[in-house]
Design a protein around this ligand. Structure first.
Ligand SMILES: [Zn+2]
Length: 116
């Protein structure tokens, strides 16, 4: 076990205390490393949150068993319930059951008298 001699520690402390270029470089390096270590978890958690939201928007939950699957799949991977008629919202299923031709709105043109 070779412990570093005390002279080395004194030299490092002197480098940090005395405002020299090497001491400032060491301090800047330490500050940068500390900032990176502090900011990295924040950045990673932000990226993870965004990834989780993107993943969540592409997932669909089975109404029969509650298992989550991707939206592209037709059947639930766990229980086999089709996602198409069970997992959709009420508005989507209503528009599927009613033909689009019944939902058209008739617009009647009327003459409007204007005094000008
Ligand atoms: Zn299921």
């Amino acid at each position: 076990m070779n412990r570093p001699p005390a002279v080395l520690w004194i030299a490092v402390v002197l480098l940090l205390l005395v405002p020299t270029a090497a001491g400032r470089l060491l301090l800047d390096l330490a500050g940068g490393l500390l900032l990176t270590l502090l900011a990295l978890p924040l950045i990673l958690s932000g990226l993870g949150w965004i990834g989780w939201k993107v993943l969540q928007s592409r997932m669909i939950s089975c109404t029969a068993c509650g298992a989550t699957g991707f939206k592209g799949a037709d059947l639930c991977a766990v229980c086999g319930t089709p996602y198409g008629n069970a997992g959709d919202d009420a508005g989507v299923s209503a528009s599927q059951s009613t033909p689009a031709s019944d939902l058209t709105i008739d617009v009647i043109a009327q003459d409007v008298d204007s005094d000008s």
